[in-house]
Structure formats: structure tokens, C-alpha cells
Design a protein around this ligand. Sequence first.
Ligand code: NAD
Ligand code: UDP
Length: 381
Amino acid sequence: MARVNLDGKPITPITICLIGGAGFIGSHLCEKLMAESTHKAIVIDVSSEKINHLLEKSSTWIGRIEFHQMNIKNDSRLETLIKASDLTINLAAICTPADYNTRPLDTIYSNFIDALPVIKYCTENKKRLIHFSTCEVYGKTIGSFFPEDHRKDPKYFLLKEDVTPCIFGPVEKQRWSYACAKQMTDRLIYAESAENGLNYTIVRPYNWIGPRMDFIPGVDGPSDGVPRVLACFSNNLLRGEPLKLVDGGKSLRTFCYIKDAIEAVMLMIDNPDRANGYIFNVGSPDNELSVKQLAELMMEVYAKVSGVPASSLTTLDVSSEDFYGKGYDDSDKRVPDLTIITKQLGWKPKTPLHELLETTLTYQHKTYSHSIKKELSKPST
Ligand code: NAD
Ligand code: UDP
């Protein structure tokens, strides 16, 4: 039976160009597009590792997905592929905090300069763009500047797309290079729409997590690499090391299960009349906890899914300067207001924290514990 959109109109198959489409979010989006839609995917990325399972010749969707190995910084095929598509989804970015203060130039180029041709080609060729921004563009909450007892009022912390200001630290705190570059890209897209009629949707993910996120250092990524917190803590758990709490782990985050989030992106794809011209927060406001509480919950869940005794798992406080180097700073709290996405697309997250961590840590254990055991049993040289 033909799928219909939220207004009851049949969804006609389109061609989607997914730039950075073989990363964590892209791989889940491609899986969903292949399994549940008739859209065609043109995937651009520097590596296909996370979508190789979708590119197998025997799959039922063969012919509906193609992969182009390329770096968008310097490849003239980009415009041709955008032109060949009805919709472009731009996910390409350097988006791991450990890079923001140690590789600020790469971070700014990746999140601002490299997005410029994508926006230009979409505007010039009258193609729709769904661009991935970040919740980090809001920076610190207003409440973070007030005494503790004032911070509880949602008006000082709830992040609203069309109301909340973007508050970053000083330039020497290079942590904000990513947020600032992303914000500039959002502003450029908004201006292209206002002045030149670009059809856009901007997505602001709030700590989407799940299987295939980032890498485990020394297994499928560099041994000295520092991924985002889910992979850092998974790595510590898999190796039986203490989970490192940066500056005591007091920052707060809301974690959203990747599969819930991908449903929001699918609604944006299939309902252009409801999504064009909007910026959407996509997150799980009810899944809020401090990084320290996250570590404790991950230890509890990992003990259950791996059989490792909970008593052997611990945490260790580290300073942000020791962990990330000079210029690190942090977002204190990130709670999305979901009014706009609920009204436009009827989307709400479903998966509670405990359940999403159980699924994700079961995957991490199954995927990595064998290689890590083998590595740890090798005599050290
Ligand atoms: P990811 O690192 O897994 O995916 C990004 C992909 O882009 C990678 O596969 C990478 O190889 C590719 N890429 C980067 N530069 C490229 C280039 N020059 N040419 C071709 N490919 C390139 O990260 P993700 O979590 O999937 O994030 C996707 C987008 O969502 C990013 O824009 C990120 O800033 C944004 N975002 C994600 C989250 C989250 O919760 N995961 C939160 C905030 C924002
Ligand atoms: N963090 C931590 N230990 C780690 C990795 C990260 O305490 O091993 C903290 C980090 O300082 C931040 C939070 O976890 O406060 C989330 O970090 P992540 O890298 O996932 O990205 P962010 O949410 O800051 O964009």
C-alpha cells in the first residue's frame, strides 16, 4: 500500500543526496530509508564502513542506494550529485568535542566553510535542503549565570528555537568554535531562504545515541582518539577501566535514542510543506541526567548485559584540561522545547533512558568485547 504523509497525500519516491550519510546518524537514516520507503539514496562520505551492510548486492533494495567515496572539500562531483537529487541532507561535520579546542581550524572549516558550496548548489538549483545543526548553538543556559536556586525555572534553561539566545564563552575558549561555525551556517541558510528562496529545514539534535556511534579507540578508531561520551564510557567499561568524569561529571544532558530521532527526520523528509522554513529541536527532555549519573547508570546496565560484576566498575574524576586540553569549556544543561516539532510534525520521543542504554550496551558488548579481550591478553611489549 502506498505510504501517505501527515496530510493524507501519497508520498512519491524521491532521490535524496546524503552528504556525510555513512556516519552514525546517516547509517541509521539509510537503513530506515531502505527498509521503510521507496526513496533513492545517493550517499557521499569519505568511508562506507557503517553502511557496507546496506550496499551488498544481494539486498532487496539494490539499485536504490549508491555510495560515492569523496571528500566534499575538493570534489567537483558534489554539484552534479546535488543536481541529480530532489533533496539534499547535509550531515557532514567534525562533531566530536575533543576536536573543537585541539583542531579548531578543521572544526570551523568543516562546519562552516565546507557547508557553503552545499548551500549554494541547493539555492542555485532550487533543491530542498535539510541541514544538520546542533543543540550546542544555544551554548550555555541563561540560568548558568544565576545562583543555583534560580536555575530551576524553565524560562532560564528551556531551549526554544525561535526565542532562546546563543551564549558562548570567550574566543580563547575554543570549545565554542564548533557551535559558532554551526550557528553561522544556520544564519546563512536562513538568509538564503529570506533573500533567494532556499527551501530549508534545520535539525538540532540533542545527544542522539545508539549503536554505531563514533568508534572504540584502538579497535575501529585511533587508540589515542577521544570520541563522544557514550563511546568513551563504553570503551572504559569494555576494558574494565574507570569511567572518567570530566570536572566531576556535573554537566547535564538529555539523551535521545537514535531510532526515535530518525523517525523525526523521516517526517521532515515526507512532509516538506510542514517542515520547510523551520528549525526543529529533536531530543528527549525526559531523559535528563548528569554525566556522573550517566556513568553510574551505564555501569549498572553494563554489569547486567555483560555479566561483569558491578563491584569491579568505578569512576575517576579528571580535570577538563587534563582530559581535553586547553580551551575546553562545557554546555551546562540542554533541555529541548518540543513545541514546534510537536505542532508541525506530531513527533515525540518514545524510548526511556534505561531501555536505550540496555539496547546500546548490549550492541557494544557483542560487537567489541571479543577484540578487546584479545588485545588485552597480548603480552605488553
Ligand atoms: P558522524 O561523525 O558519525 O557523521 C558525520 C559524517 O560526515 C562522517 O561519516 C564523516 O566521515 C562525514 N564527513 C565529514 N566531513 C566530510 C567531508 N569533508 N566529506 C565527506 N564526508 C564527510 O556524526 P553524526 O553523529 O552522525 O552527526 C551528523 C550530523 O549531526 C553532524 O552535522 C553533527 O554536527 C550533527 N549533530 C549530531 C549530534 C548527535 O547527537 N549525534 C548532535 C548534534 C549535532
Ligand atoms: N565527558 C566525560 N567523560 C568522558 C567523555 C565526556 O565526563 O569520557 C563529558 C563531557 O565533558 C561533557 C559530556 O560528557 O560534559 C558530554 O560529552 P560529549 O562528548 O558526548 O559531547 P557534548 O554533549 O558535550 O556535545
